[in-house]
Design a protein around this ligand. Structure first.
Ligand SMILES: O=C1O[C@H](COP(=O)(O)O)[C@@H](O)[C@H](O)[C@H]1O
Length: 242
């Protein structure tokens, strides 16, 4: 695991954009395509805009396939939709074709949407239980959740390589999320976290004794160990070892 701390969010985003493109080039060279799971929430918006502008000539974008590590159970036109944010900031500006966009079908009932997404991934990778994304892009909530793996929820003990639907009391909403075993199959994982408001969660994940019910992002431990944290100084401010 690597922890990279940058003086500003802009520098962190630039380093992650470099990492994204390099990881993509390697995947395309090795397998012809780059399968990436995008994170949701607001944190990746500037990164997506940067990729779609300064990096538009640096990757064969037509060879990139886009998934989502989690999705809010809302229509694709809803401002809360993780898909919608990525569409506006990244996919439309890069003219990504629909065949390469694997959005969660939130017009289905939640459990069906999750099952359909599992099947979509199984078909894509040609396997029931080996679904190795080339890159998982992840964020972190100030309550130490990542994707939609929220504290004290049933999905935390789900040991299947799948996508699950669950109602989350804390946000009083349905979410669709990849399970930790699925996320942990990724060839590379990158956390993008910034701001003082996330500093305590960063410390808990990286320095507290393992307690995945309380700190779900501790579940992200791919066997390959290929996890990189991209932090600004504010988010890293409570770490005792940097
Ligand atoms: O609910 C979610 O929260 C986290 C963090 O979101 P942010 O708005 O604080 O960046 C996000 O990583 C996750 O994908 C999302 O659905």
């Amino acid at each position: 695991m690597a922890i990279r701390v940058f003086p500003s969010v802009e520098e962190s985003n630039k380093a992650l954009a470099d990492y994204f493109v390099e990881t993509g080039r390697q995947a395309i060279a090795a397998r012809g395509r780059f399968a990436v799971a995008l994170s949701g929430g607001s944190s990746p918006k500037k990164l997506f805009e940067l990729l779609a502008s300064d990096y538009r000539d640096q990757l064969e974008w037509e060879r990139v396939d886009f998934f989502w590590g989690d999705e809010r159970y809302v229509p694709h036109t809803d401002p809360q939709s993780n898909y919608l944010m990525a569409k506006k900031a990244l996919l439309d500006p890069l003219n990504i074709q629909p065949a390469h966009i694997f959005a969660v079908e939130t017009d289905l009932p939640p459990a069906e949407a999750a099952a359909a997404y599992t099947r979509t991934m199984q078909q894509y990778f040609g396997s029931q239980d080996s679904l190795p994304l080339d890159l998982d892009l992840l964020g972190l909530g100030d309550n130490a959740h990542t994707a939609s793996l929220f504290p004290h929820t049933s999905v935390l003990t789900n040991d299947t390589v799948s996508v699950q639907a669950l109602y989350i009391e804390e946000v009083q909403a349905n979410r669709i999320t990849m399970t930790a075993p699925l996320l942990n199959q990724a060839r590379a994982t990158a956390f993008l976290v910034y701001g003082e408001g996330k500093a305590e969660a960063v410390r808990q994940i990286l320095e507290e004794k393992r307690d995945v019910q309380q700190y779900p992002a501790q579940l992200i431990q791919p066997e390959n160990g290929n996890v990189t944290w991209f932090l600004d100084e504010a988010a890293a401010s409570k770490l005792t070892q940097k």
